[in-house]
Write a new protein. Structure first.
Length: 217
């Protein structure tokens, strides 16, 4: 199956295939696209590969992602699309829910029954052909049976609630001395989730993402 070949092509990068779907007109896939294969990461493997490289651009992880995906896309006769290429931006979260066993979490990011919140979608390969793909499994969201909801009760400034995510309050906190635990070790609300603890990002990886979030990149 071509999906297995694609996975092998990404092995050295730590990136993995994150499911696929056959596109319809409602999916907002570029014209001619019939199969979308999601590419992303789970846990620390991608970070280990990325950290071996030296980067000087303002968006080093995005640049590295392009360097990895673009030639593989060409090799498979696909078009590479990215969540950071916009505006306008491609609906990656919607595509992810079509391709993978993920659902929205109370704090926003999609949650996976195995990876928890410690995963991401870095790109997508779009094929003009209708490839042979597996239908993703569908399991109930782990959030539905989580009574304590620690993700909503851990943030020191209450930036997360059932009403949404207060981005300005979060950014103000992590920019201040009292927010250094969040800035350097990653979002405390995200870390409080009991799902996917085996895939949790190390502080160096989590801190990288938080600093870029603070910088507005």
């Amino acid at each position: 199956m071509i999906i297995d070949d694609i996975q092998r092509a990404f092995a050295a990068s730590g990136l993995i295939t994150r499911g696929a779907f056959h596109a319809t007109t409602a999916d907002d896939v570029p014209e001619g696209g019939r199969t979308v294969v999601m590419i992303g990461n789970a846990g620390p493997d991608m970070w280990r590969a990325f950290a071996k490289t030296e980067r000087s651009s303002a968006n080093p992880l995005d640049s590295w992602t392009r360097e990895v995906l673009d030639p593989i896309a060409v090799g498979f006769g696909a078009t590479a699309l990215y969540p950071f290429n916009g505006p306008p931006y491609h609906p990656f979260q919607r595509w992810a829910m079509r391709a993978d066993d993920v659902t929205p979490s109370p704090i926003g990011p999609l949650i996976h029954p195995m990876f928890g919140l410690w995963h991401a979608y870095r790109g997508a390969l779009v094929f003009d052909a209708e490839l042979d793909i597996q239908t993703p499994s569908r399991t109930p969201s782990p959030c539905a049976s989580c009574t304590d909801k620690p993700c909503l009760n851990t943030c020191p400034v209450g930036a997360f609630s059932e009403h949404g995510y207060d981005v300005p309050t979060c950014r103000t906190h992590i920019a201040a001395p009292d927010g250094q635990d969040c800035l350097e070790g990653g979002c405390l609300a995200r870390r409080a989730c009991p799902i996917g603890q085996d895939y949790i990002y190390a502080s160096v990886q989590a801190g990288f993402h938080m600093r870029h979030f603070l910088a507005g990149l």
